[in-house]
Design a protein around this ligand. Structure first.
Ligand code: 6CS
Length: 378
């Protein structure tokens, strides 16, 4: 793990360096996106520039873009983004080049959202858990026991939901974040310094969460004492006992080595980890039609790939936690009855969300999604 700590230090240095480069106007690139200011207007240029063919039939170009993720190479978001970049490169006959940035390369998760909004990066994978104070409706993904237990069906719902792809997406667009796809990285589980089997086990428990206030509220409903922090600080915080537990999909718990500093893991499947493939809307809407169509095609082709990548990692990495003799972890799986005790408390948070947090639009999004989930199960 020493290596990982060193990596975090290194990443912070790289982040500082990269941010200086970006602040200087992105000298690393030489495509149309380069011609920009830091308010995202560069991308209007990339759309309205000379419409002559950039070679191999693609209008404009060559294009040099940036795609920032919240994860490291090998982890689901990074693998997704790299495949996305490779596919677009291939489809455009080498006219589209996307540099994929790992987590930490350009700052924290919250910094990355700002870079997308300002047009300093064109693409980002954004977890809604980092945007809750801005797009309150996006906190719908913090609601536990909202989706089904069928992960494939959940992906289908994310792919086709009007509530999400039309109405929630419009709420994000108001904040200069355009979601092109919602997908998930698997079911979330709990890890803890102590066993987490009943709501009583959460009494006073120091739980790490992402930024969104509704995630914190969800754990307060169980009696916990939640603290928001970036995952870059989480290993050390768990090791020192600053926080006692956290939630994440299995692949992430294993790859970030959280199991090394946690004695217990609970297979709770209390939520799915949703991620969004997003673009800066000024950039995207300013592109020539054929270029935008290539992006859209790639987004569609990546939907099944996202599911496959997370499935493979979540399944294969569980063994590394269960059979780890150097860092043993007691793994329990909640029964349906045990899950029901959490579900009842989570229901109160659903009511709080629609009655106190969002307005009529947010309530409509929640109710529409709920009926889409119900329909999908019939
Ligand atoms: O827990 C987190 O904050 C991180 N978890 C995942 C699965 N991806 C990135 C995110 O920042």
């Amino acid at each position: 793990m020493l290596l990982k700590k060193k990596s975090i230090l290194l990443l912070l240095l790289v982040a500082a360096f990269s941010m200086i480069l970006l602040a200087c106007g992105g000298e690393q690139t030489d495509g149309p996106a380069d011609e920009g200011t830091d308010d995202g207007s560069q991308v209007e240029d990339s759309g309205s520039q000379d419409d002559s063919s950039g070679g191999e039939g693609l209008t404009g170009g060559p294009y040099e873009w940036r795609f920032v993720t919240e994860e490291w190479p090998g982890q689901v978001q990074f693998e997704y983004a790299q495949e996305f970049a490779d596919l677009l490169h291939e489809k455009s006959d080498g006219q589209i080049n996307i540099e994929v940035y790992e987590f930490g390369g350009l700052g924290s998760e919250v910094d990355q959202v700002e870079q997308l909004q300002n047009g300093l990066v064109e693409f980002a994978i954004v977890s809604p858990g980092f945007t809750g104070t801005m797009v309150t409706e996006g906190q719908i993904f913090a609601l536990q026991f909202l989706f089904t237990d069928d992960l494939e069906l959940n992906q289908e719902i994310l792919n086709t939901s009007e509530a999400l792809n039309v109405h929630l997406a419009a709420k994000y667009e108001e904040h200069n974040i355009l979601p092109l796809a919602f997908w998930h990285e698997g079911a979330m589980q709990w890890t803890g310094a102590r066993e987490l089997r009943t709501p009583a086990d959460f009494d006073g428990f120091k739980m790490r969460t992402q930024e969104s206030p509704l995630i914190r509220r969800s754990y307060e409903a169980y009696g916990a004492d939640p603290t928001a922090m970036s995952w870059g600080e989480l290993y050390t915080a768990l090791e020192r006992g600053t926080v006692e537990g956290q939630e994440n999909p299995i692949f992430f718990i294993e790859d970030a080595s959280f199991h090394e500093v946690q004695d217990h893991m609970t297979i709770s499947r209390h939520n799915i980890y949703v991620a969004m493939t997003t673009v800066n809307p000024t950039f995207y809407n300013g592109l020539p039609d054929d270029v935008r169509a290539l992006i859209d095609e790639t987004v569609e082709e990546m939907r099944p790939r996202a599911f496959e990548i997370q499935k493979e990692q979540n399944e294969s990495l569980l063994d590394n936690i269960v059979n780890n003799e150097e860092f043993p972890t007691t793994v329990i799986e909640l029964t349906e009855e045990e899950r029901d005790a959490f579900r009842a408390l989570a229901d109160d948070v659903h009511q709080h969300f629609i009655n106190e947090i969002v307005d009529e639009d947010g309530k409509m999004i929640y109710e529409m999604l709920l009926s889409e989930i119900e329909e999908a199960q019939n």
